[in-house]
Structure formats: structure tokens, C-alpha cells
Design a protein around this ligand. Structure first.
Ligand code: PFF
Length: 469
């Protein structure tokens, strides 16, 4: 079987920056704060850390491991490994599911990434000055109501990603992430230092770190698992692709731990940058998806250094989104490189172009198609726009399915000797290795099954896991 010779990371640092760049994204800075806000703050944060450590991290290790053992795109790797181990070709569904899932996520991720770019220009031009809640809400509503404006920013965002990915692993992705990630950390620290001096900081600390478990239900766990999967970038083939470019000498367990830790750290720091502003200006912490685009700009419009702080914040958000989007594009591009002989440039242009086209459905979901629910006849998808359907199906169905299959494949299908060799484990009795094996063989599949069920039959699972009152 022929294999395609992909470039390899030029250093462990480059790999880590790319993988942390993939993990740290809109999920950390846009989604985590509002999900924590809606789910009671600190209690959610603690549960989130537990589920990320116990479920997302073991799967992240399995995913990078499978990628490195396969050495190809997720599809190519799975076909190859299934054949090598004389297992059913059906296992390739891990590769297909992940690749298509990542492609679909990118199509709408790019639309939101475009919002971040647009809001950067608004912040620079002092557009938030003196704005109240109503003004900020209207600004956002007017912006999203215009298909042409959203089209423009979606195109700009996707264009940036295509340009980076066309450059290849060394000249494109590595160069981008090794400059952008340090910039991201710097901006984030700057934001937290600024926020620490505002009067709302203490309240934010309490909100994020003083746990009130009275609001916790089993549903909180399920939300945490889903958020952890998205945030750590597992089960969509992105980490598998990055793993395929990784030299044998780099430790997977250590790298995975660093990636998950950095991702969680950034989510918490994002909370520490955002909530002090929210409390200082007496805004609502549980404001939902509008938290970053509607609530936080009000604070920028009222503070003294609003242009500077606001610009820093939206550049941070844009950078986080770009370095994640690259990793969502790469699985399909690497597959197209292997499959067709057109070279990387053509592969990226075709895949990126198709994804851009699909993204137009999400652009319209916020305006012309905002009341178009194409799959309303399937009960659970009723009331969902195309954008909602894409987000929901991938994060609630594709990711859990691929996640379970990845865990089972690494835990039960690959031989233990191969896995130990690939992970650099010398004694089967090593405690962390036994824990990891237990996690991916049993704990992760069962836990994800519950998450899956909660998405498909929300009422049923809620009634099972919540005490009747
Ligand atoms: N982890 C990214 C975020 O938190 O925004 C999103 C993401 C990227 C999910 C890549 C999955 C993935 F494969």
C-alpha cells in the first residue's frame, strides 16, 4: 500500500504550539465563559476540570497515538491501521467521521471567526464608545442581519486560513503558530493583568472559584464533557493529523497533558479577563452566546482605555480562532493530498473553497434563513437553523461517536505491545499506563455513551439523572 510522505514537525515546540493553537479557540474564549456563566460558575469549572482530565485527556492521547501510528491523514491512517491489524475496514469510519465533522465545523467556525475580525475593526475605530446594553445589542443585531457583511468577513477569515495551510507544514502552519501563539499568551496575560485592577475582580474570582454545588445536576457533567471535547479538539481528526506529523522521539502522554493543561488554563484565564469587566460594569455573567459580542463591548465602551483593551481582546479572539481553524482544515487537505496528485496548493484551494461555500448556509442562518428549519421533521432538530444543525449534529453526534470508536480502537483493537511501544512504556505495570488503559477501555466509552444519549433523548436522560421534585 502506498503511503504519502507528509512533512514532519521541525520540533516538539512547533508541534505543541500547533496543538495548543488547535485546542485554544472560540471554545475557550467565547464558549467556555458563557457556559460557565449559565451553569453556575465555579461548580461547573470544577466539574469541567475533572471531566477534561478523566475523559478528554485519555482520548486526546489515544487520538495522537493513532495518528502517529498511521502516519497519514485520519482517513488514510485508519484504512492503513485496520488493514495492518486485519480488522474490518469499517474502522475507517473514525477517519471519515472526523474529517467530515471537522470540515462542517470549519464551515460555521469561519463565520464566527469572521465576527471576531469584524469586532477587531470596531474596537480599533472606537465604535463601542458610550454604548449601553441596548446599543450594543442593536450593533450586533444589525451586523448579523446583513448577509453581505457576514459574507465578507467569513470570506476574509477563510481566506487567511487557506493562505496559511497552502504554505504547508513548515512554511505555513508552523510559521503561523509559532508567531501567533506567543502573541496570544501575551495578550491574554495583559488582559488579565488589566482586569485584576478593576473593582469587579474579586467578584469574578468568587464567581469562578467559589463553588456552589446546589445548582449541579448530572446534566452539568454532560455539558462539561461536551465542552471539554470541543475545547481540547478531540474526536474530529485534527489532533490525529497533527499526530501523524510527529516524530517518534516526542512523548505523547507528556504532550497531551501539556495541551489539555494549557487549554484549561486559557479557558480559566479568559474567564478572569472577561468576568471582572462584566461585574465592574454591572452586566449579566450568564448572558449566553452574546456574552463576548454583546456584553463585553459595553465594558470596552465605558472604560478609559477601551480602544486598547477592546482591540487586544478581539485580536486575541481572532488569533485563537485562526489557529484552531487551521487544524480543522488540515485533515481534509492531507487526505486530498494523498488521494489526488494535484499537490497541496490545489488540495487546499478545493477543500477550503468547498468549505467556504458550505459556510454560506451559516451566513444566511443569521438573517435570510433565520427562520428556516430544514430538518424540523426530525424532532430533535426542530427549531434549528442550518448553523444550529451543523453545530448540534457534529458536537452532539459525530464527536461522541468518533470519540467512543477512537477509545475502543486504541484500547481493544490495537495490540497492547504496539501501543506500549508507541507510547514509550517499558513496563505494562506502570500506574499511569494502567489508568489510561482503564479510562479508554471502559470509563470513556461509558461516559460518552451517556452524553450521547443526553443529546438524542434529552428529556429521557434528564428524568433518569435528575431527582423528580
Ligand atoms: N478546540 C477549538 C476551540 O476550542 O475553539 C475548536 C476545535 C478545533 C474543535 C479543532 C475540534 C477540532 F478538531
Amino acid at each position: 500500500m502506498t503511503t504519502f510522505a507528509h512533512e514532519h514537525w521541525s520540533s516538539r515546540f512547533a508541534f505543541l504550539m500547533a496543538a495548543i493553537g488547535s485546542a485554544v479557540g472560540l471554545g475557550n474564549i467565547w464558549r467556555f465563559p458563557f457556559i460557565a456563566g449559565e451553569n453556575g460558575g465555579a461548580a461547573f469549572v470544577i466539574i469541567y476540570m475533572m471531566t477534561t482530565l478523566g475523559i478528554a485527556l485519555p482520548i486526546l492521547m489515544a487520538e495522537i497515538l493513532i495518528g502517529r501510528m498511521g502516519g497519514q491523514s485520519p482517513i488514510g491512517s485508519m484504512v492503513r491501521l485496520a488493514r495492518q491489524h486485519k480488522k474490518a475496514r469499517l474502522w475507517a469510519v473514525i477517519g471519515w467521521g472526523g474529517t467530515i465533522g471537522a470540515f462542517v465545523v470549519l464551515s460555521y467556525y469561519s463565520v464566527i471567526g469572521g465576527w471576531a475580525l469584524k469586532y477587531t475593526t470596531l474596537a480599533v475605530s472606537n465604535a463601542f464608545a458610550g454604548m449601553d446594553g441596548e446599543g450594543s445589542g442593536a450593533l450586533f443585531a444589525d451586523f448579523t442581519a446583513s448577509p453581505l457583511t457576514l459574507f465578507f468577513w467569513h470570506t476574509a477569515f477563510m481566506g487567511i486560513n487557506i493562505v496559511i495551510v497552502i504554505g504547508g507544514l513548515h512554511k505555513g502552519i508552523e510559521r503561523a503558530v509559532t508567531t501567533l501563539m506567543p502573541l496570544l499568551f501575551l495578550l491574554l496575560l495583559g488582559m488579565v493583568v488589566y482586569a485584576a485592577q478593576t473593582p469587579g475582580f474579586d467578584q469574578a474570582l468568587g464567581f469562578l472559584f467559589k463553588a456552589d454545588f446546589s445548582k449541579v445536576t448530572a446534566m452539568t457533567f454532560l455539558t462539561a464533557v461536551g465542552q471539554g471535547f470541543f475545547s481540547v479538539s478531540v474526536a474530529l481528526g485534527a489532533m490525529m493529523t497533527y499526530g501523524a506529523y510527529l516524530d517518534q522521539s516526542v512523548s505523547i502522554p507528556r504532550s497531551a497533558f501539556i495541551i489539555a493543561l494549557a487549554d484549561t488554563g486559557v479557558a480559566l484565564l479568559a474567564g478572569l479577563a472577561i468576568f471582572p469587566l462584566v461585574f465592574t460594569y454591572a452586566l449579566a455573567p450568564g448572558a449566553g452566546p452574546g456574552l463576548v459580542f454583546v456584553t463585553v463591548p459595553i465594558a470596552f465602551g465605558q472604560m478609559d482605555n477601551g480602544v486598547l483593551v477592546g482591540t487586544a481582546f478581539f485580536v486575541l479572539l481572532s488569533v485563537a480562532a485562526i489557529t484552531s481553524a487551521i487544524s480543522l482544515l488540515e485533515p481534509a487537505v492531507s487526505w486530498a493530498e494523498e488521494k489526488f496528485s494535484g499537490g497541496r496548493r490545489t488540495a487546499t484551494l478545493v477543500v477550503g473553497g468547498a468549505c467556504w461555500l458550505l459556510g454560506l448556509a451559516s451566513v444566511l442562518s443569521f438573517n435570510d434563513w433565520s427562520e428556516f428549519y430544514p430538518l424540523a421533521s426530525l424532532g430533535v432538530l426542530d427549531g434549528k437553523t442550518v448553523f444550529d444543525i451543523f453545530d448540534f449534529t457534529v458536537t452532539s453526534w459525530v464527536q461522541p461517536t468518533v470519540g467512543i470508536l477512537m477509545a475502543l480502537f486504541a484500547g481493544w483493537v490495537l495490540s497492547r505491545e504496539d501501543v506500549m511501544a508507541a507510547l514509550g512504556v517499558t513496563r505494562a505495570g506502570e500506574l499511569w499506563f494502567r489508568l489510561w488503559l482503564f479510562a479508554i477501555r471502559i470509563v470513556c466509552p461509558l461516559a460518552i455513551l451517556l452524553v450521547f444519549a443526553s443529546a438524542v433523548w434529552p428529556d429521557f436522560v434528564a428524568s433518569m439523572v435528575q431527582p423528580a421534585d
